[in-house]
Each structure stands twice: as structure tokens, then as C-alpha cells.
Write a protein that binds this ligand. Structure first.
Ligand SMILES: Nc1ncnc2c1ncn2[C@@H]1O[C@H](COP(=O)(O)OP(=O)(O)OP(=O)(O)O)[C@@H](O)[C@H]1O
Length: 212
């Protein structure tokens, strides 16, 4: 049954500062929301709250599927932050195998095999190399392959195209679009335009001042 991600009246603090408030949106299966805004405007903070990694000050994040209410959707989310989340000393294959086993698949789908995911990010044949040997762009591609080996309907992506060349930009846009077409939801913060379909934009305006 199709999933909806519902964010209502969200506000969050970092330290004593209220970074944003009154953020509300609904994303239906197949939709994407691109978060834009200047440095420090709260894009990463918003993504971390929606992913369940940071507690909000006010408001709610929930998911519904038909008549089913899931509560906080953290179990339904992949989060790709600024860091790639890979061990430099382990090989690409060991890293991806770890994530595949550790995360498993959420109920509504099946992740790719490790080799298939390496091919999907156009890096076949490097599974035996330590992750730390890869170039910055190759590392980012493999971090993206993590999203493919364990199924999650909601992808939360913080600057997913940082360090990528234009070919990889296009490749990632295709993978994200394929995820949307299969009913996935995407929330992405980016400074560079991402060629996504069925996407709307939320512009963060920046620091809103000290809270009471
Ligand atoms: N742990 C923290 N403690 C206090 N303030 C923080 C903390 N983390 C971030 N901030 C502040 O919160 C604000 C929002 O930061 P955030 O990383 O969400 O912005 P951003 O829009 O993602 O920025 P960028 O485009 O540079 O990635 C910034 O002013 C930042 O200094």
C-alpha cells in the first residue's frame, strides 16, 4: 500500500538556537522534495530530524500507508549524510555486505546484491579494494550503493552529489528517479540542481533568531 511521509509544524534547535519552525509537508509515494537554502539555514538539521537522528523541539514526523499509521518512520529511512559511513580499511565488498546484513530490508521490498549495486553505480570490479583507496567521487558512489543493497522506501540525502562528476550526477539522478517510480520517497538537500522528476522545492530561509 502506498506510503506517505507527513511532517507537521516541525521546529528544531541546535544548542540554544531555534534553527527553523513551522515546517510542514506531505510526500506521497513517488514524490521528491528538494531542500535548498544558504549554508547554515538548517537543511541538514531538518534531514536529521526527519531521519530520527535528532529530536525536534516541536511538531511531528510520521508515515502512513493506507489506513496504517507507522508513527516515526525512522525504520523506513535510508540516511546518507555528509560522511559516507564506510570503514576505510575494509574493502568495498566488505563494507556493502556489512550494511546489507546490518540493515536488512524493510517489509515492502528487496535490496540488490552487492555486485549488482556496484554495477548500478558504474563501479564494477573494485569490490576487492579497501574503501580508503577509492577517489572521493568513487567513495560517494559506493556510499550511494548502500541505499541499493538494503531496501528502504524513504531516502534522505544530504548533498548526495558532493564530489561527483557530471556522469555520476546523471547516474544518481537516474537511480533516484527509479526509486521514485517504484513508489519510493526522496528528501534531498542540495546546492546543485538535481534533475529529478515529480519533485518540489522547499527553500530554507535561514536563522530565525534565538528562542525564548
Ligand atoms: N551541534 C550543534 N550545536 C550547535 N549548533 C549547531 C550544531 N550543529 C549545527 N549547528 C548550527 O545549526 C545551524 C544549521 O546547521 P545545518 O548544518 O543544519 O545547516 P545547513 O543548511 O545544512 O548548512 P550547509 O549548507 O552548510 O550544509 C548552523 O547555524 C549551525 O552552526
Amino acid at each position: 500500500m502506498p506510503l506517505s511521509l507527513v511532517v507537521a509544524g516541525l521546529g528544531a534547535k541546535r544548542g540554544e538556537d531555534l534553527i527553523f519552525k513551522d515546517i510542514s509537508f506531505v510526500l506521497e509515494a513517488g514524490e521528491a522534495l528538494i531542500i535548498t537554502g544558504p549554508n547554515g539555514s538548517g537543511k541538514s538539521t531538518l534531514l536529521r530530524v526527519v531521519a530520527g537522528l535528532l529530536l525536534q523541539e516541536e511538531g511531528t514526523v510520521s508515515a502512513t500507508g493506507g489506513t496504517q499509521e507507522f508513527g516515526h518512520p525512522r525504520e523506513l529511512c535510508h540516511y546518507l549524510g555528509h560522511h559516507n559511513g564506510m570503514k576505510r580499511e575494509l574493502t568495498v565488498e566488505e563494507n556493502l555486505t556489512f550494511w546489507k546484513k546490518f540493515m536488512g530490508d524493510s517489509a515492502d521490498g528487496t535490496g540488490m546484491g552487492v555486485f549488482q549495486a556496484e554495477e548500478a553505480v558504474d563501479l564494477p570490479g573494485i569490490g576487492h579494494l579497501p574503501f580508503g583507496y577509492l577517489s572521493a567521487g568513487q567513495q560517494r558512489r559506493i556510499a550511494f550503493a548502500k541505499l541499493l543493497v538494503a531496501h528502504r522506501p524513504v531516502w534522505i540525502l544530504d548533498e548526495p552529489t558532493a564530489a561527483l562528476d557530471s556522469a555520476a550526477d546523471t547516474l544518481l539522478a537516474k537511480l533516484i528517479s527509479a526509486h521514485q517510480r517504484s513508489g519510493g520517497i526522496v528528501l534531498a538537500a542540495t546546492h546543485q540542481p538535481l534533475a529529478l522528476q515529480n519533485a518540489s522545492e522547499l527553500a530554507m530561509t535561514g536563522f530565525i533568531g534565538l528562542s525564548d
